[in-house]
Design a protein around this ligand. Structure first.
Ligand code: AMP
Length: 189
């Protein structure tokens, strides 16, 4: 199986590149942000809980997020592989993911990180908010909180994969197709 963690701060282009990668490699796309938003839309109990964190730019607690992801993984019986988009976002989530994949006799192949500087992220997120109406992209304070959460809790996940020699950083600034080619080169297929 080809299991990729697509990593990067909010606004780095994970969603855009995931869409291209799943098409090329026939992978299952698991975006925890998308799953939370679907739960919010359907007004589930999980959605109500997640919304109270998301509206403030904070991470949803690990236990809730990990349980949700574990249930999602079980929905796919013989996948070619997964793209994890927006997960893991903490070291505890990274450890849980390794354990979950081990129960399925597989593991993470590679972490691909889209690297974009903060000023550019702020600009991109505000533009996306204006286009999509996504509440957490429209408020500069919430955007800053998400970037701060990323720096404090998510960046250490990079070291987790570096120590497993699975980390590859890619410049996330530039043309979408060029960035996609760089990602494919790293995947090497
Ligand atoms: P995203 O669409 O990936 O930018 O995620 C939007 C929001 O959903 C984040 O700001 C978090 O509040 C929440 N979220 C998504 N994925 C996770 C995760 N792996 N752990 C905790 N919270 C998450």
């Amino acid at each position: 199986m080809l299991n990729i963690v697509l990593f990067g701060p909010p606004g780095a282009g994970k969603g855009t590149q995931s869409a291209k990668l799943i098409e090329k490699y026939n992978l299952v796309h698991l975006s925890t942000g998308d799953i939370f938003r679907a739960n919010i839309k359907n007004e589930t109990e999980l959605g109500v809980l997640a919304k109270s964190f998301m509206d403030n730019g904070k991470l949803v607690p690990d236990e809730v997020t990990i349980n949700m992801l574990a249930a999602e993984l079980d929905n796919y019986k013989q996948p070619k592989g997964f793209i994890f988009d927006g997960f893991p976002r903490t070291s505890a989530q990274a450890e849980a993911l390794d354990a979950l994949l081990a129960t399925k006799n597989t593991s993470i192949t590679l972490m691909l990180a889209l690297e974009v500087e903060e000023d550019e992220l702020r600009k991109r997120l505000l533009l996306r908010g204006a286009d999509s109406g996504r509440a957490d992209d429209m408020n500069p304070e919430v955007i800053q909180k998400r970037i701060d959460e990323y720096n404090a809790k998510t960046l250490p996940v990079k070291e987790y994969y570096q120590s497993q020699l699975k980390f590859k950083g890619i410049n996330g600034l530039g043309n979408i197709d060029d960035i996609f080619s760089f990602l494919c080169n790293e995947i090497g297929m």
